[in-house]
Ligand binder design. Sequence first.
Ligand code: TYM
Length: 332
Amino acid sequence: RPRVLSGIQPTADSFHFGNYLGALRQWVDLQRDHQPFFFIADQHAITVEQDPKVLRERTLRAAAQLLAMGIDPARSAIFVQSQVPAHAQLGWVLNCLTGVGEARRMTQFKDKSSKQGEGAASVGLFTYPILQAADILLYRPHYVPVGEDQRQHLELTRDLAQRFNHRYKKTFRLPEPYILKATAKIGDLQNPTAKMSKSASSPAGIIEMLDEPKVSAKKIRSAVTDSDAEIRFDPETKPGVSNLLTIFSALTGHAPTAIQEHYDGKGYGDLKDDLADVVVDFVTPFRERTLELLDDQAHLTEVLRQGAEQAGAVAEATLRDVYQRVGFVAAA
Ligand code: TYM
């Protein structure tokens, strides 16, 4: 079975619809006929300051949400990044293979450091994509299911894999991004040409998976639409309505054009009311299940421990090859 790997940062109390439709839903689907490794990227989270207590809580909330949406520990290794030390260890080796200029071209660092200024950002934020490359390459995955915003990091990952393979010996598989076009970039409800983002969006722009369902319904009803009143799927000229149609389509399985036809002659209000119902029906059981799972933290930490054990065995085997190939003397 082909391998897949992906990660998510525990930097919010709840995942949002961009995370879910852009990536996490594919994680769940790919479990069926792949060998999956899914992890919570707590080491990536601390590239910006985190409150330790909150980080710990959010890591467990992330685990509960992954289980609630259908990640099955019997099929997938689900684990916390910091519990598998090979990530940071391979990260160091790859740091030594990456040019400063090459790292500087990563647009996410530019975006994320622009507010405070580059000098105030952490070196960890700068080398973030290199740790991400290590996360991926350790497991020699075929596919990495992510949203569009991760494409550049996947390209760097492939470059570093190729460089290592060429300089030493063929060690890494060149992974393919697995990005579904229809949901690769879910828009902010208030600013639909920008992506829905936990750091950049206003609360009204994000549908959180763990919001009270009636809060989500309200956010859908007050989403920004376009100036004319026509319900038509056209992301270029009608980004607001098209974003709603994308979400509608993803949750119901109906094509955007079919939904568009159904609303022929109706108004934005009708579409929003119906989408609000669809969203409420979807998040209500998800939220209940997550809260239930959070009540049993011993179970969650045990699932994560087992996941780290499974993942650790694979990661350490790759790291051993890497250490040998770069010329480190093996401990006797
Ligand atoms: P993160 O935590 O920001 O987001 C998790 C996943 O959600 C996707 N995503 C979106 N997709 C569509 N529309 C949106 N508006 C949207 N917002 C977020 C992201 O593309 C991502 O797939 N660097 C990664 C975490 C990471 C990782 C890895 C991923 C660390 N190591 C190794 C893959 C492989 C990140 O910050 O994702």
